[in-house]
Design a protein. Structure first.
Length: 251
């Protein structure tokens, strides 16, 4: 097993409320790991912990460690700008910048010092191809990204993440605002991207988790109840609470 992210005894508090309780798991390199569970169970909180986006919320404190490639991202020496470059994030609602398609992709590389036009052109074309969007937009790169469909916008956002060459991609309900056809294309893209990236996805759609992920963690009240290979979790769960959730009997 090739470990990419190792989580040890990780706890997170919003003020006095404990949102994550003794989370322990190993996320493998170049695999898709799905986080499932009822609303408010801690899935998205844990996801945002992997690039420390929760730090932006007043009163948040943590204990335990999350290591990426052996480095504790909660260590004092961690550069948050570098962390968030290496660990990209895709949200529920597509959030392209109110800029051209080209400038959406070039934005991140420019911030990190790439200003050579030829190099930016290469980055834009390469990442749009990776995101399976190039053929649809190559003739309108300098038109507004806001004119794209929802599914195209979400793939554009993924291309924007890829443009700064991350190691890990976090996805928080990335298909929740998409129609079935756009969702299918997104899932195909996720399957393609895992060859080069480690992907962690939060989803309420258990069928989607079964289709796209290699490993699945079931969250309940901030705890990881079960974490195993996806096909095992869905066909032979080891915990009754997992079985009840999967079967729709939960609660």
């Amino acid at each position: 097993m090739s470990e990419k992210i190792v989580v040890r005894d990780f706890n997170l508090y919003y003020g006095e409320k404990q949102a994550l309780i003794d989370n322990n798991l190993i996320i493998e390199r170049n695999k898709v790991t799905a986080l499932i569970g009822p609303s408010g169970c801690g899935k998205s909180t844990f996801l945002r912990s992997i690039n420390r986006m929760n730090d932006l919320i007043p009163g948040v404190r943590t204990s335990g460690t999350i290591e990426i490639d052996g480095q504790n991202i909660y260590g004092e020496e961690q550069d948050l700008v570098l962390l968030r470059k290496n660990v990209g994030m895709v949200f529920q609602q597509p959030n392209p910048f109110p800029l051209s398609i080209y400038d959406n992709i070039a934005y991140g590389p420019r911030i990190h010092g790439f200003n050579d036009k030829k190099k930016l052109d290469e980055i834009v074309e390469t990442t749009l191809k990776q995101a399976n969007l190039w053929e649809e937009v190559k003739d309108r790169l300098h038109t507004s990204a806001l004119g794209l469909s929802g599914g195209q916008q979400q793939r554009l956002v993924i291309a924007r993440v890829l443009a700064v060459q991350p190691d890990v991609i976090l996805m928080d309900e990335p298909a929740s605002a998409l129609d079935p056809i756009a969702t299918e294309r997104l899932e195909e893209l996720i399957d393609y991207l895992k060859k080069s990236y480690t992907i962690v996805i939060v989803t309420h759609n258990m069928q989607q988790a079964a289709r796209v992920s290699d490993m699945t963690a079931f969250y309940l009240n901030g705890e990881i109840i079960e974490y195993t290979e996806t096909n095992l979790l869905f066909t032979n769960p080891s915990d009754q609470r997992t079985e009840d959730y999967i079967s729709g009997r939960f609660g």
